[in-house]
Design a protein around this ligand. Structure first.
Ligand code: NDP
Length: 295
């Protein structure tokens, strides 16, 4: 299969590209910068979809960049990097002479309202209560194409854990030095997935006829994991104490109150449709995922 991957040069894209190539598929990235095995977004807008059998979008500015102030200008970049790239790909797919068989968008579990108790499946409501939930709604709406010639799948991802990228890359050094600890109260749910499994779910959605609609991209153990559980397991995988809490006020100071919600609150999310669709997780539980990452 020839697969076109928007934002495929990033953390998740690296794992997805490796997995797809190992399964004999050809991968071309859509990027802001030209390079080998790549086209740029302008080329896609002007020349249309290159010949391909499937498309994926992973493009998105890093929301939790601590060096960027959470102001209107940055909010616009965060929105445009997701919604505009998705619209560009969806338009190219809708106008293609030979449309691809499958089209997969990765969004986030920020669609569901943070709660210490509610457990969400793909059928649960959401998408209309704060900046991030409305962003996910706009992002997913941008992916919609008319007709059903192309299978459309949305993967709502939790925090992606893996070597060499994502949130954990910024946590490893303080944890290795014994300076890690829970964020805020630590009681907030911590929806997570190993990067190999997020790549696996996307690949499964591309390859499996009949998979359509929303799949939650979280591990099966994720709905029972709190931030404090994650902290304890990471400390234990590293053989270091992880007792120094990061207070909520410090998180709000660095990220701003709106963004800090992503760290200080969380959702219990179950991958109900993902499991029903036949996906088998490589890292279903936190100890095995973290052992792989710290080894
Ligand atoms: P990365 O931060 O690695 O970024 C992915 C790619 O997005 C980059 O390689 C870059 O490609 C492109 N990109 C970055 N900024 C912009 C911009 N301003 N405009 C256009 N393109 C941009 O993301 P991940 O791989 O970690 O995540 C992939 C997707 O999954 C993202 O959409 C993210 O929101 C979503 N997600 C990720 C989670 C996580 O924990 N990592 C959790 C939930 C959802 P290039 O430089 O080639 O243009």
């Amino acid at each position: 299969m020839r697969v076109l991957v928007g934002g495929g040069t990033g953390f998740v894209g690296g794992a997805l590209t490796q997995l797809l190539r190992s399964r004999g598929h050809e991968v071309t990235h859509v990027s802001r910068r030209p390079g080998p095995d790549r086209i740029i977004w302008d080329e896609l807008s002007h020349s249309g979809l290159p010949p391909c059998d499937a498309a994926v979008n992973l493009a998105g500015e890093n929301v939790l960049n601590p060096l960027r102030r959470w102001d209107d200008a940055f909010r616009r970049v965060v929105i445009a990097s997701r919604v505009e790239t998705t619209k560009t790909l969806a338009k190219a797919i809708a106008e293609a002479e030979r449309p691809p068989r499958a089209w997969v968008l990765v969004t986030g579990v920020g669609y569901y309202r943070p709660s210490p108790t509610a457990e969400y499946t793909e059928e649960s409501p959401g998408g209309d209560f704060d900046f991030f939930s409305r962003l996910v709604s706009a992002w997913e709406a941008a992916a919609k194409i008319p007709g059903d010639g192309t299978r459309q799948v949305v993967v709502r991802s939790g925090v992606v854990l893996g070597k060499g990228g994502g949130a954990i890359s910024q946590m490893l050094w303080p944890f290795r030095l014994g300076l890690g600890g829970p964020v805020g109260s630590g009681l907030q749910p911590f929806p997570w997935i190993h990067v190999r499994d997020l790549a696996g779910v996307v690949c499964h959605a591309l390859e499996t006829e009949g998979v359509r609609g929303v799949l939650n991209g979280v591990s099966p153990a994720s709905s029972g994991t709190s931030n404090a559980d994650f902290t304890r397991e990471l400390g234990s995988a590293l053989g270091r104490p992880a007792l120094l809490p990061l207070p909520g006020w410090a998180v709000r100071g660095v990220f701003g109150a709106e963004r800090a919600v992503m760290l200080l609150e969380g959702q219990r999310v179950a991958p109900k449709r993902t499991l029903e669709s036949g996906y088998c997780f490589v890292y279903p539980d936190l100890p095995s995922a973290l052992q792989d990452i710290v080894s």
